[in-house]
Design a protein around this ligand. Structure first.
Ligand SMILES: Cc1cc2nc3c(=O)[nH]c(=O)nc-3n(C[C@H](O)[C@H](O)[C@H](O)COP(=O)(O)OP(=O)(O)OC[C@H]3O[C@@H](n4cnc5c(N)ncnc54)[C@H](O)[C@@H]3O)c2cc1C
Ligand SMILES: NC(=O)c1ccc[n+]([C@@H]2O[C@H](COP(=O)([O-])OP(=O)(O)OC[C@H]3O[C@@H](n4cnc5c(N)ncnc54)[C@H](O)[C@@H]3O)[C@@H](O)[C@H]2O)c1
Length: 455
């Protein structure tokens, strides 16, 4: 049986760990599907390349409101898809080849057979067994498929497959109304498809700040057919005619179905009990602040273990675990303070820190600073009607949270993230810098002033 000094299972963020600090060690990587993980192959990057493309199409459609008459001649879906994947696929392939040249790569699915011992079901048949001094679990998560879909036998897509389809659907039905549903509704709606969303909660993007949720859900209702507070009881049909039977008797007919009803960690497929690795109630591998699991020599990072399943957090955790493997006597801690997020839709969303409802629920004293895009000059240039910035500020000026909806929200929120991380209070942030006039950032300046200036 092979023995390695270090084995890394999963090549998304896991592939970031090994560099020249590990020269001289025998290192193995194990990957069940495409090298490079979710973000590169089926997640953040292709979705954002498509989201931007959809924005280009929307800009053309909206051009006449600025006095520029334009129309879309044709949407060349196969060219759009191929632009994305012709760029991304070679990156994963090169990553795999590099690792092969510098160590061992197992193309297959690994699970534990004992403490720090694994077997790999190889993609091309057969199995391989290995032990390792140290093992890193970076196996991510996968889409959850609700039973009415899974049991129906009706073909469906998840985020893993929908981006590589051959033809755009006329009508896409989406189950779920979270991040993934919102971004794909934007992509396919922007490219001209009819979109219907079925979400079991009363709003889309539940869990975000209440004003974001309200305005985003309203915006989505204008662009798509949205059923909130509804569940799918049965799925029938097939091929290009999928029918969703909702609990209020509504039948949704579409030619494609996308399931975007949440993701779960892949911990249930690793036979963790053979290795002494514990999980929590949500199926996440339990780790300490250094990334160590409950089993000696086994580490974990990213979506398999984190409470924040976004790529910037997985990257940070990979950096910390990498450092800790290389420097076992100077362990670093993972920092989960002020984790921002963005939703790449129209309107865009950028968010960090507590929501207004969390501030209330925690009984905090706070002020709300609020400003509309429509009330700054660049908002006039853009004819922006819905966008806003909300900041939540404690009596001593500490920023508790910030939420933006509107153009460039994913970029603009970064300035507030920076202030929160560096401990710059709202008054100082508003006062000590010039705010470029008449840039969109005047929305931030005015929201901050609204929170800190006397009524
Ligand atoms: C559609 C979509 C869009 C997203 N957009 C964003 C975004 O815009 N911004 C953002 O921050 N986050 C986004 N995310 C989330 C982000 O992609 C994840 O948080 C991140 O990729 C997790 O990285 P990871 O390294 O933990 O896992 P992954 O990147 O998922 O890597 C895990 C790897 O392990 C492999 N694997 C699984 N089980 C085994 C096994 N038993 N043996 C061997 N290999 C195995 C998998 O094949 C996979 O390659 C998005 C996710 C999705 C699905
Ligand atoms: N821009 C980004 O950062 C980005 C983009 C995509 C995904 N992600 C990550 O991926 C994770 C998973 O995304 P997601 O959108 O799949 O999950 P999610 O948890 O954000 O949303 C799932 C939604 O589906 C609904 N739902 C669940 N079961 C349902 C059912 N049977 N019928 C109808 N609705 C149902 C839930 O109420 C929820 O609103 C996100 O939490 C995020 O961490 C991030």
């Amino acid at each position: 049986m092979a023995h390695h000094d270090l084995a890394i299972v999963g090549t998304g963020s896991g592939n970031m760990i090994v560099d020249d600090r590990f020269d001289g060690l025998d290192v193995a990587h194990v990957e069940a599907t495409r090298f490079g993980g979710t973000c590169l192959n089926v997640g953040c990057i292709p979705t954002k390349m498509l989201a931007y493309t959809a924005e280009v199409a929307e800009t053309v459609r909206a051009a006449s409101s600025y006095g520029v008459d334009a129309r879309i001649e044709r949407i060349r879906w196969s060219d759009i898809r191929d632009r994305v994947f012709a760029r991304l696929d070679p990156i994963g392939d090169e990553g795999r080849d590099y690792r092969r040249d510098h160590g061992t790569v197992y193309d297959g699915t690994a699970r534990f057979t004992g403490p720090r011992a694994m077997t790999v079901d190889l993609a091309d048949g057969g199995t391989a067994e290995f032990t390792a001094d140290r093992i890193v679990l970076a196996v991510g998560g996968r889409p959850v498929v609700p039973p009415p879909v899974a049991d129906s036998g009706v073909p469906f897509h998840t985020s893993d497959t929908i981006m590589r389809i051959d033809e755009l659907p006329d009508h896409l039905a989406i189950i779920g109304g979270g991040y993934i549903a919102a971004e794909f509704a934007h992509v396919f709606g922007g490219l001209g498809c009819e979109v219907t969303i079925v979400e079991s909660a009363d709003t889309l993007l539940g869990g975000m700040d209440e004003t974001v949720v309200e305005r985003f859900t309203d915006a989505a209702r204008e662009r798509f057919t949205v059923h909130t507070g509804r569940t799918v009881e049965k799925v029938t049909g097939g091929g290009g005619d999928v029918r969703l039977h909702l609990d209020d008797g509504t039948e949704v007919r579409a030619d494609r179905l996308l399931v975007a009803a949440g993701r779960r960690p892949n911990s249930d497929r690793l036979d963790l009990d053979h290795a002494g690795v514990d999980t929590d109630d949500a199926g996440r591998v339990v780790v300490d602040v250094h990334g160590r699991t409950t089993a000696d020599g086994v580490w974990a990072l990213g979506d398999i273990s984190t409470p924040h399943p976004v790529k910037h957090v997985a990257n940070h955790e990979a950096e910390v675990v990498g450092h800790n493997l290389a420097h076992p006597d100077e362990l670093r801690e993972v920092d989960h303070g002020f984790v921002p997020a963005a939703v790449f839709t129209t309107p865009q969303i950028g968010t960090v820190g507590r929501t207004e409802q969390q501030c209330r629920d925690e009984g905090l004293e706070f002020r709300v600073g609020f400003h509309e895009y429509a009330d700054v000059a660049f908002g006039w240039a853009m004819e922006e009607q819905r966008g806003f910035c909300k900041v939540l500020v404690a009596p001593d000026g500490t920023l508790l949270g910030a939420h933006l909806l509107g153009p460039q929200a994913s970029t603009m929120v970064q300035q507030l993230v920076q202030a929160m991380v560096l401990g710059v209070n709202a008054q100082r942030l508003a006062d000590v810098q010039y705010w470029i006039h008449p840039a969109l950032t005047e929305v931030l300046e005015n929201a901050l002033r609204d929170a800190v200036e006397d009524d």
